[in-house]
Design a protein around this ligand. Structure first.
Ligand code: TRP
Length: 331
């Protein structure tokens, strides 16, 4: 039986952090053996906010390097850059003829962007969902591993795919969000406010590129208090967050020890944070170093991107030829 097709896009802006690692990359890594995976850096999507050309390129190299350093195997998956696959914008153009202004304007992400950048409400922003749909259905994907915030885009993808099928003939499966079930974790921010994210407090977010000292400093600054005064009391959320991070990167022994200390009201948060910092460093530093080595070898990265592009285009050109034929623009 042939494997199901999985597609996911990675934003090319900002540095990857623990939230990206445990929320997305780790799941990509788990899927690479069981599915036919296409993972790409969404550099065309990044153009909707007019990035500085000087920054875009190193960002793309970095994202590719960090994903490989985190365990994505470019021999198992197609790892490529969106703009290297011209079949995607061609399908995007076709899908734009099936996308209505009204539904695009109603998209939550569009409304949010229109609010945050009122001076640049460009057509690319409006048609972000049709480009994302093209990314996905160009490989006739079945599953898309994305977070809850992408649910609406995925629903629009199904609508566009369904409209195409209805008008021109069956070509596209209607893709669904890949459900990680229990594993869909939000990584809490170190200041106890919300989750780790690119846009929130930098000092409360641990990046895969952070140096050891920086990791240590950030963790030692994480919010704690004087400790519980009653045995087995409930944890405040900022303490629960520290335990959660420990669960992800520390040994079971360490985790159990501090949990027992907490329950006995003997916890010393300073010691706990010191331990967490060392375990976090042991976790992050090999990824950071591998990513740095890759970024120091651009020809190597380019070779990987070239191989990804070839795999992606093989699949994309087949879909596009079929789409052209069904529409009747194959002369
Ligand atoms: N919109 C996605 C995000 O903001 C990125 C993305 C672009 C994507 N194209 C995609 C995700 C295709 C999944 C499939 O994270």
């Amino acid at each position: 039986m042939s494997k199901e097709v999985v597609v996911s896009g990675i934003r090319s802006t900002g540095y990857l952090h623990l939230g990206n690692y445990f929320g997305a990359i780790q799941n990509y890594v788990k899927m690479q053996d069981d599915y036919n995976c296409y993972f790409f850096v969404a550099d065309y999507h990044a153009l909707t906010t007019l990035p500085d050309p000087k920054e875009l390129k190193p960002n793309v190299y970095r994202v590719i390097a960090e994903n490989i350093a985190s365990g994505l195997n470019p021999e198992k998956v197609a790892l490529y850059v969106q703009s290297d696959v011209p079949e995607i914008p061609e399908l995007y153009l076709m899908l734009n003829m099936l996308a209505y202004k009204g539904e695009l304007e109603k998209t939550a992400s569009f409304k949010e962007k229109a609010r945050s950048q009122p001076d640049n409400i460009n057509a690319g922003l409006l048609t972000y969902p049709s480009l994302m749909a093209a990314d996905i259905i160009i490989h006739r994907a079945h599953k898309v591993p994305v977070g809850k915030d992408q649910e609406q885009h995925l629903e629009m993808t199904r609508n566009f795919a369904g409209r195409f099928n209805h008008r021109y003939g069956e070509l596209f499966p209607e893709p669904t969000a890949f459900n990680f079930g229990e594993q869909l974790i939000k990584i809490p921010s170190l200041d106890g406010k919300g989750k780790m994210s690119k846009s929130e407090n930098e000092n409360a977010t641990i990046y895969l590129a952070d140096e050891d000292d920086k990791i240590r400093k950030k963790i030692m600054k994480a919010k704690t208090d004087g400790g519980p005064t009653e045995q087995n009391s409930e944890m405040p959320d900022y303490i629960e967050n520290i335990f959660m991070l420990m669960k992800l990167v520390s040994s079971e022994e360490n985790y159990d020890k501090f949990l027992a200390d907490f329950n006995k009201c003997e916890i010393r948060y300073g010691d706990m944070k010191k331990q967490l910092a060392e375990d976090m460093i042991a976790f992050v530093s090999p990824i950071r170093e591998k990513a740095a080595n890759l970024q120091n070898d651009i020809p190597m990265l380019q070779k990987i991107m070239q191989a990804g592009k070839e795999k992606a285009r093989a699949s994309a050109s087949e879909t596009l030829a079929n789409a052209r034929k069904l529409i009747g623009i194959n002369y």
